[in-house]
Design a protein around this ligand. Structure first.
Ligand code: ATP
Ligand code: MG
Length: 451
């Protein structure tokens, strides 16, 4: 049964005055300040809260500014013209300033005295909680102490009810209340621990780290759409590699990507793991350079080990190789969807990236030109380059296609004609096993797609 965090937590009330912390108004979004002042003028309490306060204290740049207030959502709406109420599980107000949205949440309690609108299931997982409360209630229902600090424009102080200020200074993530029950209540908090530790360079306190491997399997109860969102935050915010290593260490990779985890365990050379880590490192670099990244490419890399494994199994049964590839791609996508809801607009290009890999060994003129003009060519080629880190035998294909992209069509055509006798339509190798020489057939046949 669920244990109430309030029973196990000692509340403090510490005011960290302006001269004792590093938050300056000039680092706060002007729109967030507008919201804070207007709520105050309306007679309500209002604070900047959560990640923004934490990030400002350590000199970071918050990506969003959240406000907590004593005003109810309807009261917030009556103060702001540019306000939209959203959310079912939590009723929230969004104040819109062009591109920027300031999220305003009413102080919420984590306990149910029967007066509110709250629902949990048997394991203690929260399904809905719209119980309004005091600022203290609001603080202790948050996940980590570092995330439960409140900044006010009354006197520019930070209010701390759970020891978060010290923990931010010590760069440590501690759960508020009893760790086991907080994770049971919302297993996604385990992923948040890994993600925030990676993002902030914080350590996870032993008390919050120890239960994770024990309770990891509960993450599979979380809605797949929420896990997809969490994955994007984990892998597309600039600390993908560190997050991945954290997931591995704490036994969460098995839960989020069961088939990839299985494939990595059985890949004794470690080549597949090296390739995944390289993909994540590249993603982090691209984000640091402000370049775009796509979930399709990311998931293609994260699930590539699973795809290779499935393909090898199917090929052993003697299925035609084009069929085997499509079937492996479908199976991996389908199984993964039980955990993480990867939308089709990402899973389809992901599959295309996989399926195009077998076509890079093509040297027949018509097929080379057809592949070059394929809309997914660039992504597939980048993926081929990535595979080189774990499968050096694709180096020759990488070199060929790198040049093919910059050569004039005439040059390329004559290069292909002169090389015809060397390459023919020899298939590529997806499995990182040594290439077998095959006799060239007079006409390209379905084996062109053989991985
Ligand atoms: P980021 O910088 O990545 O946005 P964040 O801590 O701001 O990190 P959000 O998801 O934006 O993360 O959440 C805002 C705040 O809401 C958190 O700081 C925390 O106080 C609270 N919160 C978010 N998720 C949970 C959760 N699962 N359980 C309890 N409190 C949560
Ligand atoms: Mg945030």
């Amino acid at each position: 049964m669920e244990e109430n965090a309030q029973n196990t937590i000692r509340l403090q009330h510490r005011v960290i005055t302006r001269d004792a912390h590093a938050i300056s108004r000039k680092d706060i979004s002007p729109n967030a300040l507008r919201v804070l002042y207007k709520l105050r003028e309306g007679g309500f309490d209002a604070y900047l809260v959560g990640g923004a306060v934490r990030d400002l204290l350590i000199g970071g740049h918050p990506k969003d500014f959240d406000v907590a207030t004593s005003a109810t959502p309807d009261q917030v709406r009556s103060l702001f013209r540019n306000c939209r109420l959203i959310g079912r599980r939590f009723r929230l107000a969004h104040i819109m300033f062009g591109q920027e949205i300031i999220e305003v949440a009413t102080f919420r309690a984590n306990s149910d005295d029967g007066s509110g609108d709250r629902e949990t299931e048997d394991g203690g997982r929260l399904l809905r909680d719209n119980v309004y409360g005091t600022i203290e209630d609001d603080a202790i229902r948050r996940d980590f102490t570092a995330n439960a600090l409140y900044y006010t424009v009354d006197d520019f102080s930070v209010r701390d009810y759970v020891g978060g200020f010290e923990d931010v200074n010590a760069r440590v993530l501690k759960l508020i209340g009893d760790p086991d029950s907080r994770y049971r209540e919302d297993p996604v908090r385990m992923l948040r621990a890994i993600r925030l530790a990676a993002k902030l360079n914080f350590t996870i306190d032993d008390s919050a780290a120890e239960p994770i491997s024990r309770l990891a399997s509960l993450v599979s109860d979380a809605p797949p759409a929420r896990l997809f969102d969490e994955c994007l935050k984990m892998f597309l915010s600039g600390h993908a590699e560190k997050s991945f290593l954290g997931l591995e260490t704490h036994g969460l990779l098995n839960v989020l990507f069961p088939e990839t985890a299985k494939a990595l365990n059985t890949n004794s050379s470690g080549a597949l793991r090296a390739m995944v880590l390289q993909a994540l490192r590249n993603t982090d670099t691209r984000i640091a350079e402000g370049k775009p990244v796509t979930p399709a490419f990311l998931f293609a890399a994260l699930l590539w080990p699973a795809y290779c494994r499935e393909l090898a199994i199917l090929q052993k049964t003697g299925v035609d190789s084009t069929v085997a590839q499509q079937r492996a791609a479908d199976r991996v996508t389908l199984h993964q969807a039980e955990r993480i809801a990867l939308p089709r607009r990402f899973s389809l290009p992901m599959q295309e990236i996989w399926l195009l890999q077998s076509r890079f060994s093509q040297r027949v003129r018509k097929r080379v030109f057809r592949l070059l003009s394929h809309p997914r060519f660039r992504a597939a080629f980048d993926f081929l380059e990535l595979r080189m880190s774990g499968a050096p035998e694709v180096a020759e294909d990488v070199a060929f296609w790198r040049e093919a992209q910059i050569q004039s069509p005439e040059m390329l055509a004559s290069r292909l004609d002169s090389k015809k006798t060397l390459h023919g339509s020899e298939p590529g190798d997806l499995s990182a096993a040594p290439k077998k020489r095959r006799r060239r057939k007079p006409r390209p046949s379905p084996q062109e797609a053989t991985p």
